[in-house]
Design a binder for this molecule. Structure first.
Ligand code: TYD
Length: 137
């Protein structure tokens, strides 16, 4: 099964341009408690390199593009985020990396929990051990 779960947003476009509305439990399939955005990422910088124990997120590139890598400990998939009308749903227990940010990239992320550093797994070996432990139940 693919790790890439897309949310398709309706574009409310008219002759003036486009508009996308993101709504909790409608376009976004969870309670939205936090929104953050990553922008003006410096050339050659990659970000992420962590998983979350209990956090749902939706990532949408509202300007520019970046390459998202998702990894569940068994398989690794990647995709470009380059469409403001499409969001990538990222469930708990998924390692993520973001690479190749364009200079104009604005990556918007919605999350179902407030920021909590203790929810992060920032070490890849620790992440693999967690996915192994989850498989064993
Ligand atoms: P971090 O999660 O390390 O960024 P990356 O997306 O590259 O993994 O976050 C960078 C810093 O910002 C770190 O000190 C934690 C802080 N931070 C918050 O305070 N609130 C947030 O919602 C997020 C995402 C990060």
């Amino acid at each position: 099964m693919s790790l890439l779960s897309w949310l398709k947003f309706s574009e409310l476009g008219d002759e003036r341009g486009n508009l996308v509305a993101l709504e909790q439990d409608r376009t976004i399939p969870f309670e939205v408690k936090r929104v953050y955005y990553i922008y003006r990422t410096q050339p050659g910088v990659s970000r992420g390199f962590h998983a979350h124990k209990d956090l749902k997120q939706a990532a949408v590139c509202v300007a520019g593009k970046c390459r998202m890598v998702l990894d569940d400990g068994k398989q690794r998939e990647e995709t470009w985020l380059d469409n403001p009308a499409r969001g990538l749903l990222i469930e708990s227990g998924i390692w993520r990396e973001m690479h190749d940010f364009s200079p104009d990239c604005v990556l918007l992320v919605l999350a179902n929990r407030l920021y909590d550093e203790s929810d992060y797994i920032r070490n890849y070996d620790e992440f693999l051990a967690m996915t192994e432990a989850m498989k064993r139940g």
